[in-house]
Design a protein around this ligand. Structure first.
Ligand SMILES: Cc1cc2nc3c(=O)[nH]c(=O)nc-3n(C[C@H](O)[C@H](O)[C@H](O)COP(=O)(O)OP(=O)(O)OC[C@H]3O[C@@H](n4cnc5c(N)ncnc54)[C@H](O)[C@@H]3O)c2cc1C
Length: 391
């Protein structure tokens, strides 16, 4: 059975250009990504050539300004592109989302000179990015990070510390690194753009993961890495605020990827249920399964509507952080439920690697953890409703 039956989603797209873009992405996904997804996820191969193709096709800078090589697409379009890519292979959809996240600090807070120097290569020149906030001892409590950046008498910054769980760690061409330059807590953190070949930067052996095995996740060690002040992004002490506003948008990317994985699992379950016969009938005839499929499809449509609502608020320049957290929470919970149900619908065949359902289920799990666990999303939503917690 193919990884994903070709059942295009009916999408709400604002322009003909956006419709053409989605057609292009579906074509790339079906020809270049889906056919090798299962095998490469099994062996843990990262498809660097696919990212080169996406870059050459203008798909690695979609939501950014055209002035420095971006695609100038609204978020509602960019996210639907991510959804299509993630449905074909999460390693690719999530990789594009992380690259976009890594480019955010420079695109939103860099100076014109910094943007002119670095952005064109990042958004369309074949480079791949990584975003470095988490550390071994600071995950959810990211503001307690300990990687240090010390300035040498008005000259270069020297970065020392270890970042953990870094997607594209060891293969990225640039790393957006949050490091401590001042007091404890969120106000003492500054963002830096560190080249992948900087002396003193090295990556550990990638983690052995439950799923998403083609996407390398590794600790990144910074051992006295020298970074000129011209690579500081934003003001000193502004790094944590930049990191969080990057994550507001990044969470929408994770939500869209989750809906892509869920849609792929639903498509696989529908195809299988139509073909598999028991008691002399296709199992798709049994109401017990028909209702499961109906619930799966309904949850997916609700998730898509929620991430698009948040994206349209963002596109309109309105606050969207609460809706982004809701979208990340709802869409990733949906992906977990839908992929689990897909395994159930395939019965024993759902549990073996000859069919894609078990891979989707393993992939869905990580989406409940990355870019703020779903407990943290609930904290963010509750703060919007009830104000900050008392200590
Ligand atoms: C595959 C993968 C890729 C990743 N990629 C990146 C990346 O590219 N860049 C990056 O910076 N990071 C990345 N991460 C890190 C990820 O963002 C963290 O794993 C995540 O934020 C959780 O941090 P932690 O693992 O340290 O868990 P912890 O923060 O230690 O949390 C452990 C548990 O406690 C819960 N918890 C913590 N605090 C609270 C609270 N106040 N209330 C209720 N529950 C709480 C959490 O929800 C979780 O269930 C990646 C992680 C994975 C697994």
């Amino acid at each position: 059975m193919p990884d994903r039956a070709p059942q295009p989603v009916d999408r709400q797209l604002p322009t003909d250009e956006a419709r053409d873009l989605i057609s292009l992405v579906r074509d790339i996904a079906q020809r270049e990504i889906a056919p090798s997804a299962a095998e490469e996820e099994d062996t843990g191969r990262f498809p660097r050539e696919v990212f080169t193709l996406l870059s050459d096709s203008g798909l690695l800078g979609l939501p950014y300004d055209a002035e420095f090589g971006g695609g100038e697409q609204p978020y509602e379009v960019y996210l639907q592109v991510l959804e299509e890519l993630a449905a074909a292979r999460l390693t690719v959809g999530l990789g594009v989302s992380v690259h976009t996240l890594a480019s955010y600090a420079l695109a939103a807070h860099g100076t014109k000179e910094q943007q002119a120097e670095h952005l064109p290569a990042m958004l369309g020149g074949g480079l791949l990015g990584a975003y470095c906030l988490s550390e071994p001892a600071s995950g959810s409590d990211a503001a307690s990070l300990r990687t240090k950046a010390v300035r040498e008498s008005g000259g270069d910054w020297v970065l020392t510390g270890t970042k953990a769980w870094i997607t594209h760690g060891g293969i990225a061409d640039f790393y957006t690194v949050m490091a401590r330059t001042g007091e404890d807590g969120p106000r003492g953190i500054t963002a830096f753009l560190v080249p992948g070949d900087a002396e003193g930067l090295s990556a550990a052996v990638p983690e052995k993961k439950m799923g998403l095995k083609g996407s390398p996740t590794a600790q990144v060690h910074l051992d006295g890495v020298r970074v000129p002040d011209a690579r500081r992004l934003g003001d000193e002490g502004q790094g944590f605020a930049i990191a969080l506003s990057a994550l507001d948008s990044g969470r929408l990317g994770i939500a869209a990827c989750a809906i892509g994985v869920a849609q792929a699992a639903l498509d696989a379950a529908v195809s299988y249920a139509a073909e598999r016969r028991q008691f002399g009938r296709p199992i798709a005839d049994f109401q017990g399964l028909r209702f499961m499929l109906a619930d799966m499809a309904t949850q997916i449509e609700a998730g898509r509507a929620l991430y698009l609502t948040a994206a349209r608020l963002r596109d309109a320049g309105l606050p969207f952080a609460k809706q982004a957290a809701m979208a990340k929470l709802h869409c990733t919970e949906t992906a977990m439920r839908v992929t689990t149900d897909a395994v159930q619908i395939l019965g024993g065949y759902g549990y073996i690697a000859d069919f894609p359902a078990e891979r989707y289920m393993r992939e869905a799990k990580v989406l409940q953890i990355v870019e703020g666990t779903n407990q943290i999303q609930r904290m963010v939503i509750a703060r919007h409703l009830a104000g900050p917690e008392e200590r």
